[in-house]
Design a protein around this ligand. Sequence first.
Ligand code: SF4
Length: 298
Amino acid sequence: METVVESEGMHYEGYCIRPPSEAYSILLQVTLGCSHNKCTFCGSYKDKRFTIKDDEIILSDILFASKYMKRQDRVFLMDGDALIIPQKRLMWILDRIREHLPWVRRVGAYANTKGIKMKSLEQLIELRENGLGILYLGVETGDPELRKKINKGSTAQTCIEMGRKIKDAGIKLSVTVLLGIAGREGSLAHARATGELLSAMDPNYVGALTVMLIPGTPLYEEHRKGEFQLPDEKELLEELREMIAHTHLSRGLFFSNHASNYLPVKAKLPKGKQEALDLIDAALKGEVGLRPEWMRAL
Ligand code: SF4
């Protein structure tokens, strides 16, 4: 997740967040915040109450983009979970994008299990046929107890089912998992359970981020009171190794090249798995340099 600066022409409110891969997309803010907003590690939308923005504002932004963003052929729908928008309204937004931004090839959005659950498979297919090409889902962990502890709001099984539903609808699925979220003790169990969840879900892309402690979040408080300890660099690498070792994708990309990570890894699975594991082993032996602390960011 990355922060985007406010612009003059578009009606952006508060901090705007998008996946790194949507850096060059037209950022269209259709909702404010996240309807769940309870994950203990997440400080993304603490400043916002969840709302769906007015149609006029959304249309005005689409019209602004139609004049000034002719070179950007992707749209990313912000904020947290655009799928929560009722089907008719979401279809209307996609229709306006097609009408006014005919050069746009793909629309993407964040999703959570609640929003996916609210859509039937037929509705998701309808959205895909109208331009929705990719959804980004925060999986974080496959560990059932840990999912409860971090208030993820769904079980591992529901998460798998919702991910598969996206894929069944023909929409690309990109998920994130969180290194370090289990603390020191649960690290390897979290890695294995997450690998197993990913194998059952079989997403197109997996991005591994390292958890960052954000002031104001419950996780930050736990850490301050000494109840949560972040794994060190070596332990995080071991966690990443264990996770990749337990992840079996039919065809997907597993990467940990986000700025929050110590070691950038990009593995095409299943073929590139051994190479990725060898790279991590080399890093564990000190044969490969790690990203220094000051260069790590959200
Ligand atoms: S669902 Fe995503 S955006 Fe919402 S609180 Fe959890 S991590 Fe944050």
